[in-house]
Write a protein that binds this ligand. Structure first.
Ligand code: PMP
Length: 290
């Protein structure tokens, strides 16, 4: 299952199946850590500086010091891609608080650790990407920024996991989380866009969305392709009445949504979705091609 996965742990490279982390690691015990997911194409990490900036900021918000300079992390990423048998794949960069006593106190963790995993990640089948996925609006709510700032990409994903379990139970592929005011936040590991009256809309981070790098890229591509776009507070009503809906994320790339809570989305895959997907592929080629 993990034959092609390679792992960099604080300077040592191993096949991921042999990689070991201490049971006293607070990332493992408490989710005390932050991470990034980065895609690589043609052995080059896509938009790595943006990911490292977000990683740095997530860590700073938790007063967690990354024990390497960003040049060293760039170097570690390059080494991990170099030992990976894959030319296109997915990297997981994890910064954990490190090994400490069994109690929760992060002050007992003397040395944060960095782990990089390179592997494949396919979030949906090719058929689902073509036809679109079905989603439900989960009863599990996304933590609002006054509880845990959604811009921190922490190792705590229980919100999203509970929502995803609801989707599994309902027999659909994805769950959409609302915040505690009933406004749309995002998907379980992706941001959400709709097209309404020709305008591309996505919830702002203040509603509980991660400041997604793919989301930002899609907004830039919309601007470059003459598609009007803006952030907007959205409710389930807006989703049910959307002309188009799609999800974005590093793992997801762009995934069209064809149904939400049993309501068919008017266009799937929609015109703007197709335009933006093409532009996204062209950008990847431009930034990582030879
Ligand atoms: N929201 C959540 C909760 C996520 O885990 C992700 C994946 N990183 C995203 C949104 C999409 O962000 P990005 O485009 O930066 O991968």
């Amino acid at each position: 299952m993990f034959e092609q996965a390679r792992c960099w742990i604080d300077g040592s490279i191993t096949p991921a199946s042999e990689a070991k982390v201490s049971v006293f690691d607070h990332g493992f015990l408490y989710g005390d850590g932050v991470f990034e997911g980065v895609r690589f194409y043609n052995c080059k990490a896509f938009r790595l500086p943006l990911h490292l900036k977000r990683l740095q900021r997530s860590a700073a918000a938790l007063q967690l010091t990354i024990p390497y300079s960003s040049e060293q992390v760039v170097q570690a990423v390059a080494e991990t891609i170099a030992v990976s048998p894959l030319t296109d794949g997915y990297l997981r960069i994890i910064v954990t608080r490190g090994v400490g006593v069994l109690g929760i106190n992060p002050a007992t963790c003397m040395q944060p650790g960095v782990i990089i995993i390179a592997d494949q990640l396919q979030m949906v089948s090719d058929a689902q990407r073509e036809q679109g996925v079905r989603a439900i609006i989960a009863s599990t709510r996304r933590l609002t920024p006054d509880r845990l700032d959604s811009r921190i990409k922490s190792l705590n994903y229980l919100n999203a996991i509970l929502a995803r379990m609801e989707a599994n139970h309902a027999g659909v592929e994805e769950a959409i989380l609302l915040n505690d005011r009933g406004c749309v936040a995002e998907g379980t590991a992706d941001n959400l866009f709709i097209v309404s009256d020709g305008i591309l809309l996505t919830p702002p981070a203040t509603e509980g969305a991660l400041a997604g790098i793919t989301r930002q890229t899609v907004l830039e591509l919309a601007a470059a392709n003459g598609i009007p776009a803006r952030e907007a507070v959205l409710t389930p009503y807006d989703l049910y009445n959307a002309d188009e809906c799609f999800l974005t994320g590093t793992g997801a790339k762009l995934i069209p949504v064809r149904e939400i809570d049993g309501r068919k989305i008017a266009e799937c895959p929609g015109t703007r979705y197709q335009q933006l997907t093409q532009a996204f592929s062209a950008l990847i080629q431009q930034e990582t091609g030879d």
